[in-house]
Design a protein around this ligand. Structure first.
Ligand code: CUA
Length: 351
């Protein structure tokens, strides 16, 4: 920085500003090149991304400029060896102080108003909204479609239809977040928070908890499937079929799919399903353990009880109140049967 010719020297302020402006342009260009977020998958994603870019353009140059002036000053005006003199006394500069209070005030107010306008637009009520009630609890999400009379541990949404989420919590504060949708809201006990968005990409995305909520926080991940409207209707019809009722869908439920979609792998290890969770017992050892766990009980019954009534028996060494108790109602009897059979068959023999 301090390598300019010492004879025809420019004013240090001019040189600082020159270096600062160049650095600010480079810094802003670099930050705008970075892909900060995953691929967008909701109608409001682009607006959110634009807000983020505007914030970067407003803040990066200021940060770079301030750092340039600070570093330049430290280098340029440092005390030389043996120099014990003090600098000139300074009594403040009213004009400068008014300037550096007013400019940030206007800047921050402008950004706040802009953000408010965008948020207002995103949160506007839409016609034909799909109502979804999201319940957070340690450590799982449950999704309820009141008008469709469906309750599930899986979130399935029709593409291009506005969704109105009402988010609640049964215990502590969680945060409902789908990174591809960009929006996020806390699930607060005693309150109902809301989110409105329109998924516009078919695909499978993560639903993650974004608030530290206890031992299993990092495992509080499920999936949202965004599907064509027809597929959504048949999914709803399938969910409504009474548990255990004849399988019109043709064939038994797929145990591995149940394991994956219900999110078992976030807490349990199971090699066959590429799951490596370690909050709950390792299910690769399930078949071996189940055979001698409870005398007089079949391995199938032991595994079934562990799924539908996880408080009845806790494996030593694991916390007793982490496994959700909602699978009894969220999974159909066929799904539970398929899951039990699958777990026993892939966890080392099973017979
Ligand atoms: Cu729920 Cu973190």
């Amino acid at each position: 920085v301090a390598n300019g010719p010492e004879n025809g020297e420019k004013h240090p302020l001019a040189r600082m500003i020159l270096v600062g402006v160049v650095a600010a342009v480079i810094g802003t260009a670099i930050t705008l090149q970075i892909d900060w977020f995953p691929e967008p998958a909701a109608g409001s994603s682009d607006q959110v991304d634009t807000v983020y870019d505007v914030l970067l353009i407003a803040s990066v140059p200021i940060f770079v400029l301030v750092m340039t002036v600070a570093i330049y000053s430290v280098v340029k005006f440092r005390a030389r060896p043996g120099d014990m003199s003090d600098g000139a006394p300074i009594h403040g500069n009213t004009r400068l102080e008014i300037f550096w209070v007013t400019v940030p005030f206007l800047l921050v107010s402008g950004l706040a108003i802009y953000g408010w306008i965008v948020l207002n637009d995103i949160e506007a009520k839409e016609p034909n909204e799909l109502e979804v009630k999201v319940t957070g609890q340690q450590f799982t999400w449950t999704f309820e479609y009141p008008r469709e009379r469906v309750k599930s541990s899986r979130l399935v949404l029709p593409v291009d239809r506005p969704v109105h989420f009402r988010v609640v919590s049964k215990d502590v504060i969680h945060s409902f977040w789908v990174p591809q949708f960009r929006l996020k809201t806390d699930a607060v006990p005693g309150l109902t928070t809301r989110l409105r968005l329109t998924p516009d990409e078919v695909g499978r995305f993560d639903v993650v908890c974004a608030e530290l909520c206890g031992l299993g926080h990092s495992t509080m991940r499920q999936a949202v499937r965004v599907v064509p409207p027809g597929e959504f209707r048949s999914w709803v019809a399938e969910q409504r079929r009474p548990a255990g009722g004849g399988g019109g869908g043709g064939g038994a439920a797929d145990g591995k799919a149940v394991f994956t979609e219900a999110g078992c792998g976030s807490c349990h290890t199971l090699g066959d399903a590429n799951a490596s969770g370690n909050v709950g017992p390792n299910l690769d050892e399930l078949a071996r353990v189940a055979r001698r766990r409870k005398p007089g009980t079949s391995a199938e019954d032991y595994v079934r009880e562990s799924i539908v009534d996880p408080r009845a028996f806790t494996v030593r060494g694991f916390p007793g109140n982490v496994m959700p108790t909602t699978y009894r109602s969220d999974l159909s009897r066929q799904e539970i049967d398929a899951l039990v059979e699958y777990l026993l068959s892939v966890s080392g023999g099973g017979r």
